[in-house]
Design a protein around this ligand. Structure first.
Ligand code: PGA
Length: 246
């Protein structure tokens, strides 16, 4: 099974998100593909309803770990679960680097998701500074340990997305990771993940994935799928991504 997860970030207006969702509802998802879209919180319910009759799952881009209460501006894993989220991104690099979320926050969010039955997609990745300092493995190990150590992880209850921060597009053109390097990192990650659960984890690659390069990642044996940002917000590119992943 290959995963195509689509992180719409805050790229779209409500009208644009709804238009894209209605287009997606007409597209064929290859049988070998698990596809999910992650709209922003405001669009979540509308997109969920537009995709209700399709095989697209819907996920949240972030969750708060407390279930309910006096937490201005927050939307919890509990509330997203009630609204039908199957997945949630946790610790996305923009949450970490723009909004100051810590490894400890990611841990609480992973636990909150697992408690309610949402599959957290724990996003990890090194910055350019880490990479230049030869600290890729150090950063990934640290992020994994903080989020997962001591956690009971039943099979298929948690996924990992390896997203090198320097490869994320921020909407413009950016260099994706070399697929051979991504394959090596994924192999290494899968070895590391054995310390946390004997059951295999699905590990996605994210960072400047496009219809043109998607197969170079999905063809790698250690890469279980992709987390796509910018390209997933355009109808024609979504159609091309689905075709390429077939
Ligand atoms: P990108 O974003 O595909 O636009 O690089 C990926 C992500 O941040 O999940």
């Amino acid at each position: 099974m290959t995963y195509l997860f689509c992180n719409w970030k805050m790229y779209l207006t409500n009208n644009e998100a709804m238009a894209l969702a209605s287009e997606l509802a007409t597209m064929q998802i290859p049988k070998t593909l698990t596809a999910a879209v992650f709209p922003n919180t405001m669009d979540f319910i509308g997109v969920r309803d537009a995709l209700a009759e399709t095989s697209f799952a819907v996920g949240s881009q972030n969750v708060a770990w407390v279930p309910q209460g006096a937490y201005t501006g927050a939307t919890s894993a509990h509330l997203f679960h009630e609204a039908g989220a199957a997945y949630a991104l946790v610790g996305h690099s923009e949450r970490r680097h723009v909004f100051g979320e810590t490894d400890e926050d990611a841990r609480k969010k992973v636990e909150a998701c697992m408690d309610v039955g949402i599959v957290p997609v724990l996003c990890i990745g090194e910055t350019k500074e880490d990479l230049d300092a030869g600290k890729r493995e150090y950063r990934l190990k640290k992020q994994l340990r903080a989020a997962l150590e001591g956690l009971d992880i039943p099979v298929n209850s948690l996924m990992i997305a390896y997203e090198p921060v320097w490869a994320i597009s921020a909407g413009g053109a950016s260099d994706s990771c070399d697929p051979d390097v991504a394959q090596e990192v994924h192999m290494w990650l899968k070895q590391e993940l054995r310390a946390y659960s004997p059951a295999p984890f699905s590990v996605l690659y994210g960072g400047s994935v496009t219809p043109e390069n998607v197969v170079s990642f999905t063809a790698c044996p250690a890469i279980d799928g992709v987390l796509v940002g910018s390209a997933s917000t355009h109808t024609n590119q979504m159609r091309a991504l689905l075709t390429a992943c077939a």
